[in-house]
Design a protein around this ligand. Sequence first.
Ligand code: ZN
Ligand code: ZN
Ligand code: ZN
Length: 165
Amino acid sequence: MAPASTRSLPSPAIEAHPDPRLQPIVDKIRSSGGKVTRARMAILEGLLAGPHHATVEELEARVRMVAPDVHEATFYRTLGALEELGVVYHLHFQHGPSIWHVAGEDHEHLFCQACGCTIEVASRDLEPLRAAMARRYGFVLDTRHFVHQGLCRACAARPDTNRGS
Ligand SMILES: [Zn+2]
Ligand SMILES: [Zn+2]
Ligand SMILES: [Zn+2]
């Protein structure tokens, strides 16, 4: 049987220069009574290290780079625990795999059905919609769980773009 870790990886830059966005997340975990474990930190660092819309496979690969000893079961359990703590969440782009995101970045996502671009918009811009749903229907609308689909400015301006009638 091979030992758990036979590779010695160079210390990654993200450990040498902790991301300033990490501290408020760590504070939130602690204030919720959660522990700041190595696996939790590796996942948060992984999410903050690259493009912030990561599939679970991409995220796991990033975590492997900094913490190769975090096993798959631990990775999934830890990701779920972080979501319960409200510091990460997942969202869906169309029918693709879920995308993982750190919470507290105050943006939501628009997706252009014609060219496939993603546009980040301020979460407060969707507040009137959430407020109207709450007022009229008593419904607490989760606007971030799915991207909002439509046409970007460029595609909406093209006469040939299919607007769905
Ligand atoms: Zn985003
Ligand atoms: Zn979901
Ligand atoms: Zn477009």
